[in-house]
Design a protein around this ligand. Structure first.
Ligand SMILES: [Zn+2]
Length: 304
């Protein structure tokens, strides 16, 4: 048997097992095809966030009713963290790297979950970062500050790189999140010789295009995959399954530039609904895949 046939057979078997054994796996892996891409969504665990983060200046009664309907009543809530992995030809492309082991004990499970799903992380050829927040970037290095993926190429938005390295990096960040800047610089420093800068409209591989979606951070980007309709990996431009859709105009405390974040969210939701495109949201309920429908002058998330 040739290597190629063996590999195809093994890949086929692994995919088959993943589908049939989903409930039994320690780390379920959502897997589907989109155009030329094999798409997988791997959990990095979850964050525990204060509910007050969500729309702090919205009408409290209206906000609480919406949260209650979503089953969210406490002072804190669990926010899933969904990392997307793409295979196209010889490339294995990771979108964001999770939290690593220095952010929250409930997160940083990406590498264990990849391994449990039978995926060898050393085969990852490219990483594309949506932005430089801890839950997306801090998994870049290990406990010795060495890159987890020493052979990969790391695609970083030029605006995002410049922002975190600039003298205004703490702009819009409350004091308790000042550590975000130190952490971002530490992780970026470990990969600085393997960084490829990217900007709006760049095609990283055929059919994969960078879409500038600023506001959550200054240089936040989303990733659009061509297919019969687009699939957009929205990072944190859309971050809550109820609030982001019902009230995209509400400002969130998680956004560095809340006004711009709201405008970007509205534009993105309009595009997703108009194009009947699919999306993967990093913080939507695992695996974060679904579509956007218009409802009552706003939108709703329809999970796939
Ligand atoms: Zn995030």
């Amino acid at each position: 048997m040739t290597n190629l046939t063996r590999r195809a057979l093994l890949a086929g078997t692994a995919a088959g097992l993943a589908f049939h054994n989903l409930p039994a796996l320690a780390a379920p892996l959502a897997r589907f095809r989109h155009g030329e891409f094999e798409v997988m969504v791997v959990s990095d665990g979850h964050l525990v966030l204060p509910t007050s983060f969500l729309a702090p200046d919205a009408n409290p009664a209206e906000r609480d009713a919406l949260l209650k309907a979503a089953g969210q009543t406490g002072a804190s809530y669990d926010s899933p963290t969904n990392v997307t992995l793409l295979r196209r030809g010889g490339d294995l492309i990771l979108i964001d790297m999770g939290s690593g082991d220095r952010f929250m004990p409930t997160a940083g499970k990406l590498w264990d979950n990849l391994k449990a799903a039978g995926i060898d992380k050393t085969k990852i050829t490219k990483v594309i970062f949506t932005h430089g927040h801890p839950d997306h970037l801090w998994g870049t290095i290990d406990e010795f500050d060495e890159p987890m993926l020493p052979d990969a190429v790391f695609h970083v938005g030029a605006a995002e790189w410049d922002f975190w390295h600039g003298s205004n990096a703490s702009y819009g960040l409350p004091a308790e999140r000042a550590g975000f800047v130190t952490g971002a610089r530490r992780n970026y420093a470990a990969i600085k010789d393997r960084v490829a800068m990217m900007k709006d409209g760049d095609e990283v591989v055929p059919g994969l295009q960078i879409v500038s979606t600023p506001g959550h951070t200054q240089g936040h980007v989303s990733i659009a995959l061509k297919g019969s309709e687009d699939l957009i990996i929205t990072g944190d431009a859309i971050s809550h399954p109820a609030i982001s859709f019902a009230h995209p105009e509400w400002r969130t405390a998680a956004d560095h530039m809340p006004e711009l974040g709201a405008a970007t969210r509205a534009k993105l939701l309009d595009r997703l609904a108009a194009d009947k495109a699919r999306l993967i949201g990093f913080h939507l309920p695992y695996p974060g895949t679904g579509m956007v429908e218009r409802q009552d002058g706003a939108y709703r998330f329809v999970a796939a």
